[in-house]
Design a protein around this ligand. Sequence first.
Ligand SMILES: Nc1nc2c(c(=O)[nH]1)N[C@H]1C(S)=C(S)[C@@H](COP(=O)(O)OP(=O)(O)OC[C@H]3O[C@@H](n4cnc5c(=O)[nH]c(N)nc54)[C@H](O)[C@@H]3O)O[C@H]1N2
Ligand SMILES: Nc1nc2c(c(=O)[nH]1)N[C@H]1C(S)=C(S)[C@@H](COP(=O)(O)OP(=O)(O)OC[C@H]3O[C@@H](n4cnc5c(=O)[nH]c(N)nc54)[C@H](O)[C@@H]3O)O[C@H]1N2
Ligand code: SF4
Ligand SMILES: [Mo]
Length: 705
Amino acid sequence: MPSLHKRTCHICEANCGIIVEMEGRKTLSIRGNPDHVLSRGHICPKATAIADLQDDPDRLRKPLKKVDGAWQEIAWDTAFEEIAAKLARLKADGKRNALYMGNPNAHDYAVTTSVGQFRRVLGLRDIYSATTLDQIPHHLSQLLMYGHVSLAAVPDIDRCMNLVILGGNPAASNGSLWTVPDFKKRVKELQARGGTMSVVDPRRSETAQLADYHYFVKPGTDTALLIAIFKALEAGDMINPDAYQNLSAHLDDGMDVARHALADFDMAILSEYCGVAIEDITAIAQRLGGGAPSALYGRMGVSVCAFGSLNHWLIQLINIATGNLNRVGGTMFAQPGLDAVSLIGGGSYRKMQGKDGEKNILMGELHTAGLADDILEPAPDQVRSLFVISGNPVLSSPHGRRLDEALESLELMVSQDMYITETSRHADYILPPCGPLEKDHYPIFFGPLSVRNVASYSPATLPMQGDTKSDGEIIMGLSRAIAHAFDIDVPNFRTPRETLDSMLQRSPAGLTLEQVEAAPDGIDLGPLKPCLPDRLCTDDKKICVAPEVLVNDVKRFREALNAAQSEMQDSLSLIGRRHVRNNNSWLHNSKRLLKGPNRCTLMIHPDDAAKRGIRNEDMVIVQSRVGRVELPAEITDAMMVGTVSIPHGFGHDRNGVKLSVAGSKPGVSINDLTDPAHIDPLTGNAVLNATPVSVERCLDSVAAE
Ligand SMILES: Nc1nc2c(c(=O)[nH]1)N[C@H]1C(S)=C(S)[C@@H](COP(=O)(O)OP(=O)(O)OC[C@H]3O[C@@H](n4cnc5c(=O)[nH]c(N)nc54)[C@H](O)[C@@H]3O)O[C@H]1N2
Ligand SMILES: Nc1nc2c(c(=O)[nH]1)N[C@H]1C(S)=C(S)[C@@H](COP(=O)(O)OP(=O)(O)OC[C@H]3O[C@@H](n4cnc5c(=O)[nH]c(N)nc54)[C@H](O)[C@@H]3O)O[C@H]1N2
Ligand code: SF4
Ligand SMILES: [Mo]
C-alpha cells in the first residue's frame, strides 16, 4: 500500500514543502505540498531528483579506504579508529589539521549542532568553508551595523511595491539569504498589485526576464552603481529615514558620516564605470525613494567580488536612507520559531597574522581561496591533514587545479561524502552518510531569512538500513574516536534532536519540538513585523549606520575607480551562472535533472563572438591568469557586451570520476579560471566573478569549417 509522507526539501534555501509517496522503500512520486505554510505547493525539478539520489546505485553505502590507490570497503569502527590513530601521530609531530565544511552542511541541523564538539576535540578554532566562497560580506555588514552576523533584513516581497535585485537570480536559485519559495508567483502577485521588479545583472537572467526593468552592469562595478543611487537619492531630496516611521530613533549619528564619505564622487564617472546610464540610476533611486514600500536586495553578483562588504553596507544604507528598513513592504528582520540570532553570540571579527601579512577573520572563517597555499606552502602552520564534510572545493573554490595538487600532497585526508567526487577521490577515507530520505530535517539557518515567520520539522521518511549512519552520527563517531586517541575528556553528547528541542524552547516563540512535529505543513507565526529596536544586538540598541571599517574601505574603491579610468581593457570579463536543474557541484548524476541541452557553455554576446570569428557551438579556448578550459560557445544577446559566462559546478572530467547516467555531461570548471589572489580583504571572500579572460576559437573548430 502506498503511503504519503510530508517533509521539506533540504536541497536549497527555499525549503519547499513536499509530499513523498512511498511503497515500501520505493519512491513513487514527489510533489509540492499545497498546504505548506511557506511554499504553498511550489517545487522545482530538484525535489523530484531526491528519488534519484536516494536510489542512485553510484551513491556510496559503505565507508571506503584507499589502499595502494584502490578503494576497499572498511567497517565504520575500524575507519574511525584508524583515522583517530593517524591524527594522534600527526598531532604528536606538531602537524596542523584543518576542516572544510561545504554547502550541504547548512541544510543539515544534525551536523550544525554536532560539529562544535568535533571542532573542540580537534582543537579547531577556525575552519574553511563555503562561507568565504559565498556570503561572508553579508555577515560583516550585519555584524557591524546590527550587532549580529545573522541579523539579515529580507525583502517583504508579499507587500513590497518596488523590488530591486542586484546580482541575484532567484528565478533559478530559488532565493539565497532570502528564503522565498514560489518566487516567480510572488513576483507575479507583486506586479498584479501594480508593483515593479528591477534587476541589475550583466546577463539578462531568468529573473531579469520576469522583471519590469533590466539594466546591464559591468561585472564587479556595483559599488559605483550603489554610490550613484545614494547620490541620486540625495540629489532628489529622498534621504529621509523618518519618511514612513520613526526610523531615526533607532539610528546612531552615522548618516552624516556616510554622506560625507560618499560626497565627492562624480555621478558621470560612476555611471561610466558601471555602465548604467545616469537616467537609469535616477529611475532606480526614484523607485526606491519615491514613497511606496520598496526593497533593495543584493546577492552573489555583489557578494563574490572585490568590494562585497562595501556593497552590502551600501545596500543596507540605501534601505535605511529611504526609510524602507523595518517597514512593512520594505525589508525586515524575521522572528522565526527557532531563532538562532537570540541563541548564539553576535560573532567575532579579528585580525590574524598570516605568512603574507595580516588577515581579517570573521566568525572563525579562514579564507578558502587560500586553502591550496596553506597546504602547499611550507610554513610552521602548514596544513598536513584535512577533513572535508559535504564539500567539493576542487570544483567550487578558485584555481581548483592547484587544490587538486594540494590535496594529493596531504598526509591524511578524510571526505564525508556519498560520492567519489573531484575532491573525495584524493581522500584516504570516504565516509558516506545515509540517503536523503533517511534523515530528519529542520532548516535552522533559514528561519531568520524567511519571508514569513515559520517553524517546520520533517521526520525521516525511511528508516536507515544495516549499519548506515547519518552525517550527524558520523561526526559523533569520529569525535568519540579522536577524543579517545587524544586522551581528552568530552562531556556526554546530546543528540541533535535534544539540541533542536532545547533551541526551539529557548527561542522567543517558545515552541517545543513536539508541537512543531505535530504540524507537518509547518507552523505559521505570521507575516514579518517591524521589530526595532528589540531585534538589534548592538550594545546601544541603535543601528550603526556608518561602521568605520566599511567607511574606510571607500578609499580602496576610490583607488580602483581612479585606476580604471586610465586602463584600457581588452579582455572579456567572466561571470558564473546557475540553472534550476543544477545545484553547485553535484546532482549531475540524476537522470531527471539531465533533460535539456548542454548547460555548460560559454555564453557570449554576438558582437564579441563575431570579433573572434566564433560561431554558435564552436569549441572555444578560455584563458585566465591561472588556467584554461575548452567548451562550446553559446552566442546570445542575453550577455552584456564585454562579458562572458560559464556555470560553476561542472568539470567532472578529472581522472577517476565518472558520471554513470547515460547522457550526463562532465563540462569544465569555471574555477580552473578564477584567481585565488583576488579576495575581498575585509572578509577574505573569494572573487569569483569579473575574472579577466581571453576567448578564442579552438583550432579544431577552425579545421571543421
Ligand atoms: N565560480 C564560482 N564558484 C562558486 C560559486 C559561484 O557562483 N561561482 N558558488 C559558490 C557557492 S555560493 C557555494 S555555496 C560553493 C559550494 O561549494 P561546496 O561547498 O564545495 O558544496 P557543493 O558544491 O554543494 O558540494 C557538495 C558536496 O557534498 C556532497 N553532499 C551532498 N549532500 C550531502 C550530504 O547530505 N552529506 C554529505 N556528507 N555530503 C553531501 C556532494 O556529493 C558534493 O560532493 O561553491 C562556490 N563556488
Ligand atoms: N538551481 C540552483 N539553485 C541554487 C544553487 C544552484 O547551484 N543551483 N546554489 C545555491 C547557492 S549555494 C547559492 S549561494 C544561491 C545563489 O543564489 P543567487 O545569488 O540568486 O544565484 P546566482 O545565479 O549566483 O546569481 C548571481 C547573479 O549575479 C549576476 N552577476 C554576476 N556578476 C555580477 C556583478 O558583478 N554584478 C551584478 N549586479 N550581477 C552579477 C549573475 O549573472 C547571476 O545572474 O543559489 C542557491 N540555489
Ligand atoms: S526550490 Fe527546489 S531544490 Fe529548493 S527547496 Fe524547493 S524544491 Fe527543493
Ligand atoms: Mo552558496
